[in-house]
Design a protein around this ligand. Structure first.
Ligand code: SAM
Length: 240
């Protein structure tokens, strides 16, 4: 898997800043997220253009969802899609999928928002126990050993998630990068409090784990190339 190629999109900043779907002062909500909707709160970290979390939020109105994305140049696409504007990247969708998306009018789920921020700052936005679960999809692999700490499944980031997750909170991670997947399994095994609940190295052929699967943009692209998709589910409990 390769990292997303970032382009400079001059209008992205303005679109993100004006979007009603973006929480613009998230630090002010720290410790008060229960008052946001009263629903259990789930985050996707590195949400990209937001396809996965839009579908997840639509399927689960009983929960609240927030997509965390570092770059405006990516997040503005999610904002446009939420606003009902054509926001898909024709290069990232197969033609047939692009046609289907145009035919079905999009309705923004009321239980979904976005925050533009770096995942390293999550504890500045969420107080201990405020987050019920986390999704990481096709996170950047950072293949060089000296960059291992930047991987979103490194023990460095697991320690960050521990600061915001509720007891019994869930982490779900998908990737087509086998090295990153094996690394992630090791980091979970080495981190106290984390328990691996399920894993597969061929998600789309795993009847149980694939049952409710929602394809992300990257998952669609890489599985079309024949790459197998790996997935793990882990639970965090301080007393394990
Ligand atoms: C490879 S893309 C995957 C996008 C999407 N999850 C998918 O599966 O299609 C990874 C995304 O994570 C974002 N990202 C990477 N590191 C991040 C961080 N530390 N904090 C927030 N977002 C991050 C990148 O900007 C990029 O949009």
């Amino acid at each position: 898997m390769r990292c997303m190629r970032l382009r400079n999109i001059p209008e992205a900043k303005g679109i993100v800043e004006a979007s009603p779907y973006v929480i613009h002062d998230p630090m002010a909500m720290r410790g008060k997220w229960a008052s946001f909707s009263g629903k259990p709160l789930f985050l996707e970290v590195g949400t990209g253009k937001g396809r996965f979390i839009m579908e997840l939020a639509a399927r689960h109105p009983e929960n609240e969802y927030i997509g965390i994305e570092r770059y405006e140049s990516v997040l503005y696409r999610a904002c446009e899609k939420m606003a009902g504007k054509k926001a898909h990247d024709p290069a990232s969708l197969m033609e047939e999928d692009a046609r289907k998306e145009e035919e079905v009018p999009f309705k923004a789920p009321a239980n979904l928002h976005f925050i533009r921020m770096d995942a390293a700052a999550l504890p500045e936005v969420f107080a201990p126990g405020e987050v019920a679960g986390l999704y990481l999809n096709f996170s950047d692999p950072w293949p060089k050993a000296r960059h291992a700490k930047r991987r979103l499944t490194s023990r460095t980031f697991l320690a960050i998630y521990e600061k915001i997750l509720a007891d019994g909170g869930i982490l779900e991670f998908k990737t087509d990068n086998r090295d990153l997947f094996d690394f992630s399994l090791e980091e979970i095994a080495e981190s106290p409090g984390w328990l691996l609940l399920a894993r597969t190295t061929d998600l789309h052929r795993d009847v149980v784990m694939n049952a409710e699967n929602i394809l992300t943009e990257y998952e669609r692209k890489f599985s079309a190339l024949g790459n197998k998709i790996c997935k793990l589910i882990a639970l965090y409990e301080a007393d394990i």
